[in-house]
Design a protein around this ligand. Structure first.
Ligand code: PLP
Length: 394
């Protein structure tokens, strides 16, 4: 067992703050009693602030994949057409799920280096005169690539066509790390999960739901039982759940919401931006390439780094794990071995970033990956020259 603390720098699950761990470490209570009711009411109200919504947010005892399924089965009917953009591994998994559920997927192909293209979405919707497309599905932050799609621009593109399709967005690796506004951006279902920006262990997932989505759910015919919004919302009206909730994770959620609101969401987002910029400067300092091809779409939650030709990212990650006890994200499916991912989201600060980047730089040297020294220094210079956003002005 290595001494000291493991560096968990995958892009989720992320490090869980001690405050959240302490909050979870309590006796489980009766989920039909008054003490639970108070907790239920608190978290159901508090989570809305994180989604920047006044509309209902449903909390499932499930991983993010469950919340993907819930978004589809509550709003759509067998054979409905959905428009999806191939931004990476997670968009592809959501697409695969839609197909398995009996939906007809219209896919906008992508190169895994760009986000969903607002113009292409606009063109597809404009061409769909019969309104066969019932939903547009976009992954906000594609965790496999470190590319963040421009949700407000996509909303405006949909609006320009006057097309009535629902807008479903996956924020599993952006919520609580990257600015996201469910109401203002006119999203119908926002899908999310507990284990990334929310700083919780895996096990909770979410659907934030618009009035339009709720009304679609009344006529949608895909089979649903566990995921049914109607029963959830009926029970949630008094702070309860229709089945056993993940009580202790909800204690953690209450604490995580408090932490995010104490720091203030704008400061949380600025902190992530600053760490992401320092990371990109480190990558450029090493002479390596960032996978994300469009600076407008750089992710503030993670950075995906391309390996020089002929070098294996998994060998590098193995050397870093074995020698420095740090976990970095692997390249997934078609990126396997070609990239590694640095997670810089959630419960994270300047010195954790410095440790992370130092571990990468030492690993590059140890594994014989061609690079220039000085990446860490470039990050330090950026951190020194940009005060943390939550520090009061001098
Ligand atoms: N969507 C995105 C963007 C993700 O990053 C993930 C997981 O990392 C998922 C969906 C799937 O969520 P889960 O693994 O919690 O089921």
């Amino acid at each position: 067992m290595p001494s000291g603390r493991h560096f968990l720098q995958i892009p989720g699950p992320t490090n869980v703050p001690d405050r959240v761990l302490r909050a979870i470490d309590r006796p489980t209570i009766d989920h039909r009693g008054p003490e639970f009711q108070k907790l239920g009411q608190e978290v159901l109200a508090g989570i809305k602030e994180i989604f920047q919504t006044r509309q209902p947010v449903i909390i499932y005892p499930a991983s993010g994949t469950g919340a993907w399924e819930a978004a589809l089965v509550n709003t759509l009917s067998p054979g409905d057409r959905v428009l999806m953009s191939e931004t990476g591994h997670f968009a592809s998994l959501w697409q695969q799920m839609a197909g398995r559920l009996g939906l007809e997927v219209e896919l906008i192909p992508g190169d895994w280096r760009h986000g969903a293209d607002p113009q292409e979405i606009e063109a597809r919707l404009a061409g769909d005169r019969s309104h066969a497309i019932k939903a547009v599905c976009v992954v906000h932050n594609e965790t496999s690539t470190g590319v963040t799609s421009r949700i407000p621009e996509i909303r405006r593109a949909i609006d320009r066509t006057g097309h009535p399709a629902l807008f479903l967005v996956d924020t599993i690796s952006s919520l609580g790390s990257i600015d996201y506004r469910h109401d203002e951006w006119g999203v119908d279902v926002t899908v999310s999960g507990s284990q990334k920006g929310l700083m919780l262990p895996p096990g909770l997932s979410f659907n934030a739901v618009s009035e339009k989505a709720l009304s679609a759910s009344r006529t949608a015919r895909l089979p649903r039982s566990f995921w049914n919004w109607e029963e959830m919302l009926a029970a949630n009206a008094t702070g309860f759940f229709p089945y056993t909730p993940a009580t202790n994770l909800l204690y953690g959620l209450k604490e995580a919401i408090a932490m995010l609101l104490e720091e203030g969401l704008p400061a949380v987002f600025a902190r992530h931006e600053r760490h992401a910029e320092a990371t990109r400067r480190a990558v450029r300092g090493w002479g390596l390439e960032i996978l994300c091809a469009d600076p407008r779409e750089y992710s503030a939650a993670l950075t995906t780094v391309m390996m020089p030709e002929g070098h294996d990212a998994d060998a590098l990650r193995k050397a870093i794990l074995e020698n420095f006890d740090m976990s970095l994200g692997a390249g997934l499916t078609r990126l396997k071995g070609r990239v590694f991912r640095i997670g810089h989201l959630g419960h994270f600060n300047d010195l954790m970033l410095c440790g992370t980047l130092s571990g990468v730089e030492m690993g590059l040297r140890l594994a014989g990956v061609p690079h220039q020294a000085g990446g860490v220094q470039a990050a330090l210079d950026h951190l020194a020259g940009s005060a943390p956003a939550d520090e009061p002005d001098q």
